[in-house]
Design a protein around this ligand. Sequence first.
Ligand code: GLC
Length: 739
Amino acid sequence: MKHYLPLALILSFTFSAASAQDKKIEKKIDSVLKLMTLDEKIGQLNQYTGDRDATGPITNNPNKLKDIKDGKLGSMLNVRGAKETREVQEVAMQSRMKIPLIFGLDVIHGYRVTFPIPLAEAASWDLKAIENSARVAARETAASGVHWTFAPMVDIARDPRWGRVMEGAGEDTYLGSQISTARVKGFQGKGLGNLDAVMACAKHFAAYGAAIAGRDYNPVDMSEHTLWEVYLPPFKAAVDAGAATFMNSFNTLNGIPATGNAYLQRDILKGQWKYTGFVVSDWGSIGEMIAHGYAKDKSQAAELALNAGSDMDMESRSYLPNLAKLVADKKVSVALIDDAVRRILRKKFELGLFNDPYRFSNESRQEKELNSPQNRKDALLMAEKSMVLLKNENQVLPLAKNLKKIAVIGPLGKSEKDMQGFWSIQWQNDNLVSLYQGLKNKVGNQTELLYAKGCEIEGTSTAGFAEAVETAKQADVVIMAVGETLDMSGEAKSKANIHIPGVQEDLIKAIQATGKPVVVLLMAGRPLIFNWTADHVPAIMYTWWLGSEAGNAMTNVLYGDYNPAGKLPMTFPRDEGQIPLYYNYLSTGRPAKNDQDTRYRSAYLDIQNSPKFAFGYGLSYTTFDYSNLVLSKTEMGMNDKISVSFTLKNTGKYDGEEVAQLYLQDKFASVVRPVKELKDFQKVMLKAGESKTITFNIDKEKLSFYNQQLKWTAEPGDFKLMIGTASNNIKLEKDFTLK
Ligand code: GLC
């Protein structure tokens, strides 16, 4: 592990980087800092939660109000609403220094209008739409008096047993970095201080998604090479996009808890990356260093965390009671406390809260913004873009508009709340649109809708099968809605078995046996395993959890009013035993050429190497042809570039979008490289029969990687360029050389 940079150097980075910003703010911070007592400074580093579902501002601990009045708090989370935030801010204005609080909240995929879960949005590969989704969430959040969202979660995740895959952008570093940038820009809009912008928070720093065995909060152990190559780039993208804050992570990284990890927070983030925002702990992660066996008590936890660069203590109550004594005992320097306070005050100035602490708490703006028709329209379009068509044989889809009877079968057919997914902000009645309701809205006046639940999501009872089969037999088409409840993926929702829960797949078998055309809609927060369904059912759509407009979006896609174009952002395994399974793997010295090539090859005796569905895979109602690949040259110098072009043609009868993916392989290098890596993509709309010339550029940056000395570099050598419609479906390829 590298030794982190000398403190003075890091602080000078902070100041010099800050001086490039608004010098006026730095002077104001200095003037406030000068007036503060040590206790008031420590107060700024302390954050409490309000009620999880904040109805009244703070009802579960009246002392919190007293602590606010005594200047012992810098921020609260889980206080939301123009009225509620104003009430709490008024208490903060009674403190001696009258430093405004910042209010934070987990707005992960929508505030009042729920958008598809982030993993679903990632399946759209539509960066503008993803940015807009965050933009809508920011508008609604800021209109509700909340200044800060604990998003985007940018953890790369290669293990679907880990329930938090639903919260991120999947397994790929390039796609994850692009989406990190889009989400930060969406949340922060034209910049802090605008009344429709909230602070973003890149989390969880770092490598939380690599928890051993996919078990949440489990240790993370990896080479620094993998850390830099796979897990850090989306965080660097967030820094480059101007993310106002970072949140550290619960896990240890190579034996050191992230919260107490100076290599991550001081050397990399605040040193090499010159980051001037602040780092908040994840919930009680400072105090959790005791359970980790890294701190003997909260005082040592506070010392380790502050010295390692954790600026704000969320809910572990370690900083408030201990930092003053740690300063007196010279275990923590005032300079470091001042640096942490400076970072937090900087954001409060940038948000304009010193000028007007109540500027975001405006009930009329809240009334106008929340759940607006435009916000719901945006959510509908995002949901349509997020669905992935996995199979469509015998042209079962799109559905004909003149069907007489449709049977909706399955435990999620009428579910509303499960459409919200994990990390949604619970509202009393959010007019969430179920699949059944969506169908009723669209074709209810001309098509008879039948319904049978068939079975529960969990459990072994097949008592409902007979009724479901009878219902199916009466219909022209059966639409099945199966998958997970909204809390089967998410935080602390790891699963060793990721097959479709309960007897749902048995229900699918029973319905398939009727001989009716069956469409299976899989609603889940993670990749599930459903081999029988995948092999036997003619039409399958992965709908994830699509949010408020779920049913309307699914119906529009089922009827072809929106032609699905989603591509999987994560690999779908055949079996848990294959995990971790990802597309950008290393070759090994005995690569299996295919699933049959197993003799003395890197393969299993009892299961194929290949995934059930590959990263980047997704179908359309139309078809696309790739042809005519041309490279401007097949040799390039270090400061050169190659322009790549090819023809993409819509060869089907529906207008549709295709995500053309560019993969590269560095065939020989000083550190072995993956068999392929996504390096660019373009999502292109083509009318039926239309062709377009698509171009990409290859420059040194796209050929670079971290060498053994962790230096970002490109090495001369041979490369393979691949253009594909999926990572396992390459349409065009050509070799070239870097001189
Ligand atoms: C949770 C999550 C984190 C979230 C925070 C505040 O435990 O790990 O992502 O932002 O606590 O709710």
